[in-house]
Design a protein around this ligand. Sequence first.
Ligand SMILES: Cc1cc2nc3c(=O)[nH]c(=O)nc-3n(C[C@H](O)[C@H](O)[C@H](O)COP(=O)(O)OP(=O)(O)OC[C@H]3O[C@@H](n4cnc5c(N)ncnc54)[C@H](O)[C@@H]3O)c2cc1C
Ligand code: FES
Ligand code: FES
Length: 485
Amino acid sequence: MSQTIRFFLNGQKQEASVRPDTTVLDWLRSGPRLTGTKEGCAEGDCGACSVLIGDPWFDDAHHEGAVHYQAANSCILAMGQVDGRAVVTVEGLKTEQLHPVQAAMAENGSSQCGFCTPGIVISLTGLAAQRSAAGAGLAACKTEVTDSDIHDALAGNLCRCTGYRPIVEAARKVGKATIAGPHVAAFAKIEPRTTISAAGSTFHQPQSLNDLLQLRKEKPDAILLGGGTDLGVALADYHTDWNEVISLARVRELRAIRETEDHLSFGAAVTWEEILAGIIEYYPSFATLIRRFGSTQIRSMGTVGGNIGTASPIGDGPPALIALGAEIELASLSGHRFLALEDFFLDYRKTELRADEVIASVSIPKPVEGQEFRVYKISKRYDQDISTVCAAFSIVREEGQVRSARIAFGGMAATPQRAPKAEQALVGSVFDHRAVEACATAITAQFKPLSDWRGSAEYRLQVAANLAERFWRDVAGETVEVMAL
Ligand SMILES: Cc1cc2nc3c(=O)[nH]c(=O)nc-3n(C[C@H](O)[C@H](O)[C@H](O)COP(=O)(O)OP(=O)(O)OC[C@H]3O[C@@H](n4cnc5c(N)ncnc54)[C@H](O)[C@@H]3O)c2cc1C
Ligand code: FES
Ligand code: FES
């Protein structure tokens, strides 16, 4: 057991003797006094606290190592989560000269009060660094950066005074950008510790599923931590203590993405950013939804297992996954069991998960011939917002008739739910307007949603029914891209 967290900070090896549940933001500002990293909202929304987190990444084809950097929100990131990794703050970007992103921001008048500027520089550096990694031959890195990539990179950064035009213009001027961090080989020298404990807070980092399940059995009350984007908000906002944490981030089996001839399977600790890269080829509509999931910072930390484990009625992953026929794998030392995802959710925030179990993976079938899948997120803002209603539709047609249908909603009940009668209304039909009307009527009859500040019950019902028609028109190729959807 160790009492220190070892990592690289702006390229230098660092040891921190703090409780592992201290937020990285608090430590940066109060320990080494790196005050360029700001606190705005303290709940993952504004991006003022953004830092880059680096991990060694090996290209399967070339076995060449490189460090892969992604922006993350340090206000909801615990110090235990950076053990064995690299952290780069805005102070670490400038060498003798301004970093190319800083130079472009300065030349372009992209800052006024400057409060948001360090976070924006970090997010744009994360994007530019992916171009450099692409140059090194790493898969899933961007060779070319489009305006849409720039908007995605900035979706988690709030600027109240400059306006985004000059910031986007600065981003367009930046080409590749390297980060002065450790070389990949240096990571071997600070191998992550299995257990870190300081001042009454213990952070376990098992590396295999078996070790995880053993710990889960011995410590059923310990917090299971995926990326911490749900749990970290409570840590930062309500100053809850994490006295015993089991982190899933280093469990090999939970980090794996597997592909067979007809299925895709994601380990529970796979992040949404990684799922985005894996799914875009098969389900572009799901990929569009994921690009609207929080921000780049949230997607680089948040995991699919956490999205399911938190069992929120308004989580975005479950409706899409349920409509795709997802199966969830629950693992304990007694064995593995597999459930249809819709059967995992029992009631508001109540699930099938037993005290000694973890979510190990979720798998979905690959698309089959004649399948049409769309998922729609209705929220008050396009980016970085929670769904008022999330609706997912999947049909398979054979010889002009709907052979099977799966429809699922979020935001309409205490749990993410399938709509069986709405599905039946489509099955056997030629997918015409009459069938879609019957489907919409069944949706309205099934659900009794709540009214809250995001939308009234009537609004939710109307939207959910309208989305059935939107799906029909989308499949017919009638609709145009609407930013609000
Ligand atoms: C600013 C912001 C924006 C967000 N935007 C969205 C959004 O657009 N759409 C959306 O759906 N969500 C959103 N979220 C919520 C959150 O990011 C997601 O739910 C995310 O997928 C949670 O994953 P995590 O790994 O961070 O979960 P964690 O916070 O680590 O865990 C969440 C819960 O799941 C449990 N858990 C985690 N992994 C497992 C496992 N393998 N087995 C069993 N239990 C497990 C934990 O114990 C905990 O109870 C947002 C959050 C923030 C802060
Ligand atoms: S302080 Fe706002 S995202 Fe962290
Ligand atoms: S420059 Fe003031 S908030 Fe962005």
